[in-house]
Design a protein around this ligand. Structure first.
Ligand code: SF4
Length: 421
C-alpha cells in the first residue's frame, strides 16, 4: 500500500467534532459517489434528505440545507448520518479526506499536510500529523492517482535540486532569527533571485552547494535595501483586490442563484473600493465596516511571537510538502509558486488586521486574529478557481515584485528593526 513519504512536521491534528466542515464547506462528488449516495438504505425515522445531491455549474455536490449545513448532518446529534448509520467508508471521499491533503513530488512519492482552514489544525491541537499515517495510507489507497509535477512545473529543476533548495530556504530564511516581516520579504526576494540564477546553474551540484552556503544570509542582509516609499493608490487597490479575492467565499453562492451573486459582487466592490463588511461574504467572518484607509493607514504592531511562529510553520509546511506549484497550485511553476507562498503572509496579516479592527483594536493584532487570517487565506490557497484567472495572476505578479511586495507588507505590519533603516 502507498504511504506518504513526507508528512508535514510540526502540524498537529485531531478532529474535535466541531462540525465546521459539515456546516460550511460544499463537498463535490463524482458520478459514482452520487449513485452510491442515492443507493444508501435508510429506515423510517432516519430522515435522509429527499435529494442526496444537486448539480451546479456542471459539478455535482452533496445537498445542503438553506443555512448551508450538509443535508446529512444530524444537527441534534452533532454528527453525520451517513457515518453513524453506514460507517466512515460510506461517506464521499471529500468528506473522508478533509482536512488531509496529499500531493505528489517529482520523485513520485506522496506528501501529506493538513488544511489550516480546519479549526483543529490552525489551533494546532492533538497529536502530530504523523500519527495519522495509517488513516492516510488507507485514504491514499482509495484516491485516484495524483499527477507528478512535470519538468516545466518545476522550472526544469531536478527533483534533487528542488529538495535541496527548499530545505536550504527553510533553514536559511524561515528559521532565521529575524522578525516576520523581514522573513517574508526575504522569502519573496530569495524566490526572485533563485529564478534569476536559473535551472542550469542550480542543477549543477558543486556550484549550487557553494552558492547556497552564503546566498540566504546575503538575501536577509539585502532586505533593508528595498527601501520604501509608501504604497500609492494603485498599489493599495491592488492589495485590497488580492485580499478580498482570497477572502471570497464562492461556495457560499452555490445554489443561491442570481440574487446571491449580485449581493456578493456588490459586497466585493465595497470591500475593494470603499468601506465594506466582510460578514457579507461569509456568515463566520468578523462583522464591521472597514475601509482601506483604516486597513492600510498606519501599520499594525507586529503580531505576538507565537502568532508569527504559527505563520512561519505554515510556510514551512508548504515548502516541505511542495504543495505550492504544479497541480497543487493551479499549475504555477516552481518560482511563481514560491512567491505565491510568500504572498500569503501580507494577506494573512491583512485578514487578521481586519478582524482586529472589527473588534476596535486599531494597531494590535492578537493570536485569535492570526488564526482567523491563516484559516481564511489557507482555505483559498491553491483551491479557489478565481485565483487561476489571468486577471488575478497579473495582480499577483505585480504584487510580488520585490519592492512592491516590501511595500505591501510594510503597509500592514510594523517591524521595529527594519523601520529604523
Ligand atoms: S472542521 Fe476539522 S475539527 Fe471540525 S469536524 Fe471538521 S475535521 Fe473535525
Amino acid at each position: 500500500m502507498a504511504s506518504p513519504k513526507i508528512i508535514a512536521a510540526d502540524q498537529h491534528y485531531h478532529c474535535t467534532d466541531c462540525g465546521k466542515c459539515c456546516r460550511d464547506w460544499h463537498v463535490e462528488v463524482t458520478a459514482e459517489e452520487a449513485t452510491e449516495l442515492r443507493a444508501l438504505r435508510w429506515d423510517d425515522g432516519d430522515h435522509p434528505p429527499a435529494k442526496p445531491v444537486f448539480r451546479f455549474q456542471g459539478k455535482t455536490f452533496v445537498s445542503h440545507r438553506p443555512d448551508g449545513t450538509c443535508a446529512y448532518f444530524d444537527t441534534a446529534a452533532g454528527n453525520c448520518r451517513i457515518h453513524a448509520k453506514h460507517g466512515a467508508d460510506a461517506k464521499p471521499l471529500g468528506c473522508r479526506l478533509y482536512p488531509l491533503q496529499f500531493s505528489r513530488l517529482a520523485s513520485g512519492q506522496h506528501a501529506l499536510s493538513a488544511r489550516a482552514d480546519c479549526p483543529a489544525v490552525v489551533a494546532e491541537t492533538g497529536p502530530l500529523l504523523s500519527a495519522s499515517r495509517k488513516d492516510a495510507e488507507k485514504l491514499l489507497h482509495s484516491m485516484p492517482e495524483l499527477p507528478v509535477p512535470s519538468k516545466e512545473d518545476a522550472s526544469t529543476l531536478t527533483p534533487d535540486t528542488v529538495h535541496v533548495v527548499l530545505a536550504a530556504l527553510s533553514a536559511g530564511i524561515l528559521d532565521a532569527d529575524v522578525p516576520l516581516r523581514q522573513k517574508a520579504i526575504a522569502l519573496n526576494l530569495a524566490a526572485s533571485r533563485l529564478e534569476c540564477l536559473g535551472a542550469i546553474f542550480l542543477n549543477d551540484k558543486p556550484i549550487r552547494d557553494e552558492v547556497l552556503e552564503t546566498f540566504f544570509t546575503r538575501v536577509l542582509t539585502d532586505v533593508p535595501e528595498l527601501r520604501l516609499r509608501k504604497q500609492n493608490i494603485v498599489e493599495k487597490w491592488r492589495y485590497m483586490s488580492l485580499l478580498t479575492t482570497y477572502l471570497r467565499r464562492d461556495e457560499a453562492l452555490i445554489g443561491g442563484g442570481l440574487p446571491a451573486r449580485i449581493r456578493n459582487a456588490n459586497a466585493l466592490r465595497k470591500l475593494t473600493l470603499g468601506k465594506g463588511n466582510l460578514r457579507e461574504l461569509d456568515k463566520d467572518y468578523p462583522d464591521g465596516i472597514i475601509g482601506h484607509l483604516q486597513l492600510l493607514g498606519e501599520p499594525a504592531a507586529a503580531p505576538p511571537a507565537e502568532s508569527a511562529a504559527r505563520i512561519v510553520r505554515l510556510l514551512k509546511v508548504r515548502l516541505q510538502t511542495q504543495q505550492f506549484y504544479g497541480s497543487a497550485n493551479f499549475g504555477l511553476e516552481f518560482f511563481e509558486g514560491l512567491r505565491s507562498v510568500a504572498l500569503t503572509v501580507p494577506l494573512i496579516v491583512g485578514a487578521a488586521r481586519w478582524r482586529a479592527l472589527c473588534e476596535l483594536r486599531k494597531t494590535e493584532i492578537n493570536d485569535a486574529d492570526i488564526q482567523f487570517g491563516i484559516s481564511a487565506i489557507d482555505h483559498s490557497f491553491g483551491r479557489m478557481a478565481v485565483l487561476r484567472t489571468p486577471l488575478f495572476r497579473i495582480l499577483a505578479r505585480q504584487a510580488w515584485q520585490p519592492e512592491a511586495y516590501a511595500r505591501h507588507i510594510s503597509a500592514i505590519i510594523q517591524d521595529q528593526t527594519y523601520d529604523q533603516f
